[in-house]
Design a binder for this molecule. Structure first.
Ligand code: NAP
Length: 268
């Protein structure tokens, strides 16, 4: 069996970084929206540091793709689950299934999210509901599905992926900004509710990250946003995964109810 130090050295060599290889050994992480983009990067990162992962996505194909990728690197480390996070009853069933399959949940990452942009005066109520129900209700649904188990084990990490838009607002994104600001309120309330049970609850607020979600924006909008980023470049999904891994780790055990902006300095 490899010693702790040699395992760390091996992983560091593989990943060309100083990542502590065993931060999440014997831990179970649930990542929603794990099929693509930021959620995919988070799932892969937590697995690379020893976690076993429930890869949750709306589509079975994408949930499975991430699980397969993790399992190819480390057998039996991931299981795929397909569910619409906005469906309360379906999520309670999936949460129970995850608890049965893995025996516990240590880390919950509420990352699944969508946009349906448009000016408020023209926004359809369907677009309002889709965004609020996916981004905000979805996080509440998943939290409710595993929270009893976390309370019982008297430990846990919940990390909600909000957005800088939830802090500063954005013309054309009233639904999205409201959902992300709501997530911050949810994060702080849960942090207060669950602190005495050894559970921390934090939010990560990405700025402009290169994923499918931002791929459709015009070059002009991309250029305008980039000009507002002091570090002068857009972020990558791995930048968000690094912040999430820190908040999920033991090193962040005295941090709760916080919003960590990972945005190249956009909001300060
Ligand atoms: P993305 O590439 O569009 O991926 C979104 C993921 O969410 C997909 O895996 C998708 O599932 C899943 N999803 C969407 N609706 C769902 C539903 N109803 N039920 C279950 N899963 C659902 O987006 P992203 O850029 O990675 O964004 C991830 C999170 O970061 C979102 O909450 C987003 O608001 C937030 N964020 C992103 C940025 C950015 O610049 N990209 C900035 C700030 C915040 P399928 O793959 O199965 O379709």
């Amino acid at each position: 069996m490899l010693s702790l130090l040699s395992r760390r050295a091996l992983t560091a060599e593989h990943q060309n970084s100083t990542i502590n290889a065993v931060r999440f050994e014997n831990q179970i992480a649930v990542v929603t929206g794990a099929g693509r983009g930021i959620g995919h990067a988070i799932a892969v990162r937590l697995a690379s540091e020893g976690a076993r992962v429930a890869s949750v996505s709306r589509t079975e194909a994408n949930a499975k793709k991430t699980a397969d990728e993790i399992n190819a690197a480390r057998g039996n480390a991931a299981i795929a689950y397909a569910v619409d996070v906005s469906d309360h009853a379906a999520v309670q069933k999936i949460g129970a299934q995850i608890l049965e399959d893995f025996g516990k949940v240590d880390i919950l990452i509420n990352n699944a999210g969508v946009t349906r942009d448009g000016l408020a005066m023209r926004m359809s109520i369907e677009d309002w509901d889709t965004v609020i129900n996916t981004n905000l209700r979805g996080a509440f649904n998943f939290t409710q599905s595993i929270i009893r188990a976390m309370i019982k084990q008297r430990s846990g990490r919940i990390i909600n992926i909000t957005s800088v838009i939830g802090l500063i607002g954005n013309a054309g994104q009233a639904n999205y900004a409201a959902s992300k600001a709501g997530l911050i309120g949810l994060t702080k309330s849960l942090a207060r509710e669950l602190a005495s049970r050894g559970i921390t609850v934090n939010a990560v607020a990405p700025g402009f990250i290169t994923t499918d979600m931002t791929a459709g924006l015009s070059d002009e909008i991309k250029k305008t946003i980039q000009a507002q980023i002091p570090l002068g470049k857009t972020g990558q999904p791995e930048d968000i995964a690094s912040a999430v891994a820190f908040l999920a780790s033991a090193e962040a055990s005295y941090i709760t109810g916080q919003v960590l902006c990972v945005d190249g300095g956009m909001v300060m």
